[in-house]
Design a protein around this ligand. Sequence first.
Ligand code: ADP
Length: 645
Amino acid sequence: MQLSLGRKLPLLISGLILLVLVAASGAAYVEVERSAWTTANERVTSLAGQLADLTSASVVARGPMMKRVATDTAIRRMLRSRGTGALDTTHGVSEALERLEVPTDSGGAIEIWDRAGHTRARFTGAITAEPDAADDAQRTRLASRESSPTGFDSVRTSPFYSRGDSVYAWYALPISDGGLATGFVAQRAKLARNAASASAERGLREIMGPGIDLFLANATDSLRTTSTGEMSAQPPELESAAGPIAYRDSVSGEMLGAKATIATTPWLIEIAMPRAVVLARTRAFLKRMSVISLAILIFGALLAWALSQQVTRPLARLTAATNAVSAGDYDYRVHIARGDELGQLGDAFNVMATRVSESRAAIEQQRAAAESARSDAVAASQAKSDFLAVMSHELRTPLNAILGFSSLMLDGITGPVTEQQRAQLARIRSGGQHLLALIDEILSLTRLEAGREEVRAENADAFAVAREMAALAEPMAAIKGLALVTDIPAGACDARTDFTKLRQILLNLLSNAIKFTNEGAVTLSVRVASGDVYFAVSDTGIGIAPNDRARIFEPFFQVEMSKARRVAGTGLGLSVTRHLARLLGGDVTLRPAENVGSIFELRIPRYILGTRGLAMDDELHERALAVLPESGAVPLGGGAAIPRS
Ligand code: ADP
């Protein structure tokens, strides 16, 4: 389907705007996304680092509190004494332990260990004699040297470990007495959801921002827990790298994670930020960008449409005007009331239409004049033809009577004539015959000029016809003592033409040649070349002066016109001959003769195409035919038939 310019233009411009918007938004999105990742990377890294520092500080902060227990005399005394195996439940010990913050839930415990990590006293809300053997492994590990952090009197921490459904960790502060390590003040923390931990978590979340999770994890194994004791495994990607790193969590999906070690502890802080949170602002940006782009696109499309209307509407008007003018409505004018190029184009169009209309009117006038002149000429020619035909007819009838009666008298049928009378009658007859020939030629010429002659093509042998014509002219030549020579190739030459007319032409040329030659020979030569047949009639006669050559084909022209005529003739023969030759699709030309005489050459196509001329059924021709000699007998007044001489 071919779209109009009015639609194509806005579509094209809108498409262009869309392309630019998509490209610009795409580039901006890529940039914004990259910066979102950079920001998120920095954020998770710094959050992990800050929280690790905070946690480390809180561990160190436990030191002074635990130290107060460690320096308590009751505790020192107990550690100095040899243990009995049973836990110490004395009042002094209980009081000292009570000074440490009592755990609010049952999972917390405060204990005094000896150097090897064996429990000497235990306080779980109250002093107890019940030992807790399940944590012995943790106790001995923490008491051993490897667990010692930087300084001797700094707080040691155990890795997180799970027991039952809960996660625990031990803090332990070495007790020294007189420069000797005698034992430990130890406190077990339980990570669990309770009022305090929940509010702390809320606070943390507020600091970190929505969607970001914080985990505590062991540096030595893959255990990971939330601050409220919910356990999970560390993502393997983060175990091997410090991050920030993107990974896939089976529960939370695509995440960005970072970790930081908590100084003086075997713990890690892990921060996890969902990809959706990383890209939240980017998505919002994209959304905003899309809305703005859509608005720009709609506005741009409307503007493009309006602009293209501005251009195409006048164009459509100009097209309509052009169509109207080309369809012949020369009074059609366009109205584009604008000062720009289109307005100027409209004005120019109107000027042009006015000019076209004016020149058309002029042409129309000229045409009418030419038409009337032509019809006048046709009428004149018709009148001339009619006149000639009628005149010929009117002349022939009495002429035939004159010829007929003079012949009768010459033959002595009407009675005896004297020699003197015979001579005069012979002159009458010869004058009459000349007049008849003249009338016949005028009639032929009239018919030819009026285009009323018809070509009746038939197939025959052109060479044979040439020989036949030469034979016919031979007696005429013999009378004048001339030789009639033929130069015709042997054999036959199949041709298609009007042979009656060909005979007439050849006879005309031959009789002219004989007429204007007094001694020597007349030659008829024939040749065939490239689809044409050439007949040349040459003589050794008086020739034609160069000045006359151009005029001899004109009707009634005779070379000796002005002088006393030596030979009879009408001056119409060559004119008729040329008309006939052209009717056959060829021509007759006068060729320059070598020394004496003249050469006339007839050229006709060997095979005539189609049939030229009009059918001979019009009234004039009927009338013309009526006076032709072939009509056999010429009726005279009273119905007496006179035979032709
Ligand atoms: P005409 O009836 O006088 O022969 P044509 O039209 O046949 O009329 O010839 C026109 C004139 O051309 C002649 O009068 C003659 O002067 C000249 N002409 C024609 N044929 C020859 C010829 N073979 N040799 C010399 N003159 C010729």
